[in-house]
Design a protein around this ligand. Structure first.
Ligand code: SF4
Length: 391
């Protein structure tokens, strides 16, 4: 029996900015005390607009969409679980069988009770936990590090049989502990994503722990070396997709693909008032918004002049970076077109692919100097760690 393939779209949904922590680098820092949240009615409008757009697009394109709703904040679990149970009910009513849907929550995991355990186990499909290890930057309002509590709650999730992955923000504070960070996750058997620090809520916010592009590349390369030689590899993002790019690059028969925002926008941020953004656009700039998903059909938001301007900027970034990159095709260009996480340098107003390309080169060199390529430079055998769902 062949498995049906789905195209993926993520809506990073800022349900509320309210948070019990004050992590030093948070890009929402100025809004963390604001209690406004999306209303059930607004969410129903959002689901209806999603359903109408993707069901029609699936019929036109003859392929099915897997819609991921990623609950983000602020701290999403500050909101009472009943609120989520009701909106999950609304999703069942509105989506029915028309789309495949998943719900992920990205949490600081400092607030956990029996009701929240039940929600994480039986309501959401995926759980992502923010955990930096060794940085001391994830603090409460009184400035006290919350890590001990988070690790204790991770133990509770494990004892309850709730799978989860982690996100670790890379800063100057934990840069020297990359090996220890990898060992922690490897020993625990927990997959993780390394998220290099990017722009904060205000100028100079990151002064005390900012990180340079060479430091980011060096840290990711170090993790790549540990990962590629690990006897018990866990999923490590972004290295998982970067390894796949290198393997495609080394195989002339592997299919090539080219990112095109006009055909498919894979990650969309929904701000608390409902304004949406392409992930590669500056989400803090209201001018970059594609419009409001509570009030406007998604088909209108993903066409028209604002969308056109956003797509054009993605094309400019790709043209400036990818056309002279040997990985283009094996890499679709999404890293520069649609991903702000690994783009740290801007020249003449255009983002530079300053991290991904360097890490791809490093992984390729490691494969070339290891015993995994044949005489023609093709891969003999590589056991890639399994790729888990998005966290
Ligand atoms: S420049 Fe960056 S995004 Fe473009 S193909 Fe190369 S690695 Fe991929």
């Amino acid at each position: 029996m062949t498995q049906e393939s789905f195209r993926q779209v993520q809506f990073v949904t800022k349900i509320s900015k309210f948070c019990n922590l004050r992590c030093a680098y948070c890009y929402e820092f100025a809004e963390l005390g604001e209690r406004e949240r999306m209303s059930p009615e607004q969410l129903r409008q959002m689901y209806t607009h999603m359903r109408d757009y993707y069901v029609q697009k699936d019929q036109e394109d003859g392929i099915r969409t897997h819609l991921h709703i990623v609950w983000h904040g602020g701290e999403p679990l500050m909101i009472e679980p009943d609120y989520y149970w009701r909106t999950l009910d609304d999703q069942r009513t509105i989506f029915g069988d028309s789309l495949r849907t998943s719900n992920t929550v990205q949490t600081n995991l400092t607030v956990l009770d029996d009701e929240r355990i039940r929600l994480l186990r039986d309501g959401f499909d995926n759980v992502g936990v923010s955990l930096d290890l060794f940085s001391g930057l994830r603090v409460n309002i009184a400035g006290r590090d919350q890590q001990e509590k988070v690790v204790a709650h991770m133990e509770r999730l494990r004892s309850e049989g709730i799978p989860f992955g982690c996100i670790t923000v890379l800063t100057k504070k934990n840069l020297a502990r990359v090996k220890d960070t990898f060992s922690f996750y490897e020993r625990a058997g927990i997959g993780f994503r390394v998220l290099p620090l990017f722009e904060g809520a205000y100028a100079d916010q990151h002064e005390a722990y900012d990180i340079t592009v060479p430091e980011i590349v060096s840290a990711l390369n170090q993790i790549a070396d540990l990962w590629l030689t690990s006897d018990n590899p866990v999923q490590v993002s972004p290295l998982d997709y970067q390894l796949q790019i290198v393997l495609r690059h080394l195989d002339p028969e592997a299919p090539r693909s080219y990112f095109n925002q006009r055909e498919w926008l894979p990650v969309i941020v929904v701000n608390t008032p409902g304004d949406i953004y392409a992930y590669g656009d500056p989400y803090e700039d209201p001018q970059a918004s594609l419009g409001n998903i509570f009030t406007t059909p998604l088909g209108e938001l993903l066409s028209g002049p604002r969308f056109d301007a956003s797509a054009r900027e993605a094309e400019v970034r790709m043209a400036a970076n990818c056309l002279n990159c040997k990985y283009f095709g094996a890499c679709s260009g999404a890293a520069i077109a649609n991903n702000r996480d690994n783009v740290h340098t801007v020249v003449d107003g255009i983002g530079v692919c300053d991290v991904d390309r360097a890490v791809l080169e490093h992984i390729e060199n490691r494969l070339r100097t290891g015993d995994v390529l044949d005489r023609n430079g093709r891969v003999k055998a590589v056991t890639a760690p399994a790729v888990d769902p998005v966290s």
